[in-house]
Write a protein that binds this ligand. Sequence first.
Ligand code: SAM
Ligand code: DTB
Ligand code: SF4
Length: 403
Amino acid sequence: MAEAAIRHDWTREEALALLALPFNDLLHRAHDVHRRHHDPNAVQVSTLLSIKTGGCPEDCAYCPQAARYHTGVEAQKLLTVEAVVERAAAAKAAGASRFCMGAAWRGPKDRDIGKVAEIVAAVKALGLETCATLGLLGDGHADKLKAAGLDYYNHNLDTAPEYYGEIIHTREYQDRLDTLEQVRRAGLKTCCGGIVGMGETREQRAGLLQALANLPEHPQSVPINQLVPVPGTPLEDAPKLDPFEFVRTIAAARLMMPASIVRLSAGRSEMSDEMQALAFFAGANSIFYGEKLLTTGNPDVEQDRALFARLGLHPMEVAVESGTVHADLFAADTGCGGGCGCSSEAAVPPRTLRGAPVVIDGGCGCGGGCSTEGSCGCGGGSCGCGSAVEETGCGSGCGCVAA
Ligand code: SAM
Ligand code: DTB
Ligand code: SF4
């Protein structure tokens, strides 16, 4: 199947025409393109942590962390390296492959960047992909973050250029484009999307997608957030968006940025399982995983594990410097990679990679009798190679058949 063209010349009319297609036609087209570019059953799994909460001087009308709104979010200082590492390790153990760190700043000061770089390096050392969202970047900031091991920088366009002035007055659209330029120049991957359900029109949703798709490079990751209306913010009473309109936005994002990972981002707590399933069908292939976003709620891990199992979804495999990591939402129950006949095994689907069985080394601890232990020879976690052990590529000298 041929891949769809990667275009940067989308007109507003074209984007709007996609959003206006009959729902079935739109979903059919989006799902077709999705299958040509992606494994339709693989979903990238990221966990988010607010490393510096609240007290932000900006006036983003959706944001519970803006100091000027009375939302009950208390301002806190930047977390310590140790505190962040503890949360990142827990996220990894629960099955996340990327750790995204957010700070309620207009942008980091020079003195902040060194501290965040230290945090990024420590999280990266756990074998996780790293992402940060710190606001507008100053000279040299992106390079320093890249040098520390940052993989992605998240900076959203948020909405269409012509609606932006209704939402934010303390920074310009162009400021955002400038930060995105710095991110690309530093060789970081871009995570850039927006929010829908802020009272914008369909044409303005088309405008957001047009602005994203016509960036010099499509963002590798495109978060589509549904507004989480927080009491105390100017948008607390924004009219609720029709769920089909949200799914249409995901589908159009998939069609306009065929190779990008599209994240079904904030707002999942308010979505039914059926709506999320439609969004995955329409081309979403990433989620935030874990009970909290930055300050608001997200589905709990058990709910997401159950949803993945019901839909036959599996976490996307990601490449990190130490090899390939198979995020495994299910293994986290006992740390066992499955195949051992333990009580949680029923929840562990069989895994293969390029046709070969995959052994997850989670410190199995199942007391032996695990069929995969026998073939791997690593004793169920004593091989010491870190995270995911593949029979075909462990490379750690642990004595497994392929080592
Ligand atoms: N302060 C930095 C900035 O604004 O770039 C980083 C953190 S900020 C919270 C990151 C993004 O979260 C925003 O650009 C916005 O898209 C999203 N966001 C914030 N509040 C939200 C809400 N109530 N609902 C949905 N998305 C939200
Ligand atoms: C993004 O696009 N969405 C995330 C992440 N990037 C930083 C943030 C969602 C925040 C939702 C409101 C809150 O939890 O404070
Ligand atoms: Fe501050 Fe970011 Fe919230 Fe805007 S979105 S108020 S910049 S934390």
